[in-house]
Ligand binder design. Structure first.
Ligand SMILES: [Zn+2]
Length: 201
């Protein structure tokens, strides 16, 4: 449409970006507008689903899991995508549903159990993905304590998904002690830079 178009009248014509009040485009402004749009939709029936101890990509990931918007095989199949199998790529014991992938798969259960042991919570018995991702699986007296535990659970779910994709796309997956190690390192890194003055060990 703009091919051959010439700006005229002594350069009084110029390009303007109507999304910003001063008409100038910057990547920073674009990112901020996109984030506002994305986070305006990150809510569920209990209200806004946010955890400020984690990067935004993990918040978006947790929201997608709760909203069942993850491309596990059963969800792809429901949307008419032709797959050679809908069974779990890790264990092959069952159909790969969201619940199977994130909780009931043997390898996922082992990772949750290790995370629960690490936090001294005993056996992993809560089998509701929604309760897990809302941080309702342990009793905390402070709001911050609950948010940190929720952050750990989101990081755990994130690494379960990463582990699954490593297997699907690269043919290898972690054993649960290695997965726990990754979860510990990454959650420490993410939470400690956002916890500001609090010293975490
Ligand atoms: Zn499985």
């Amino acid at each position: 449409m703009i091919q051959g178009f010439e700006l005229g009248f002594g350069n009084r014509d110029r390009w303007r970006w109507s999304a910003a009040s001063d008409d100038t485009y910057t990547v920073k402004k674009m990112c901020s507008i996109m984030e506002q749009q994305v986070f305006a939709h990150i809510t569920d029936s209990d209200g806004i689903l946010r955890n400020h101890f984690l990067p935004k990509k993990i918040e978006i990931f947790a929201w997608r899991v709760i909203k069942r918007k993850m491309p596990v095989r059963s969800e792809l199949d429901k949307r008419g995508i032709d797959l050679h199998s809908v069974r779990c790529p890790l264990c092959d014991d069952d159909v790969e549903s969201i619940e199977h992938c994130f909780i009931f798969c043997k390898s996922s259960m082992e990772i949750w159990e290790r995370v629960h042991n690490w936090w001294g919570l005993g056996a992993f018995t809560n089998l509701s993905l929604n309760e897990i991702l809302r941080g309702n699986t342990a009793a905390y007296t402070t709001c911050e304590g609950k948010l940190i535990w929720q952050a750990i659970e989101w990081v755990c779910a994130y690494f379960i998904w990463k582990n699954r994709n490593n297997k699907v796309f690269h043919g290898k997956s972690w054993c649960s002690p290695v997965a726990l190690n990754e979860i510990q390192i990454k959650s420490f890194e993410w939470i400690s830079v956002r916890a500001k003055k609090k010293k975490l060990d």
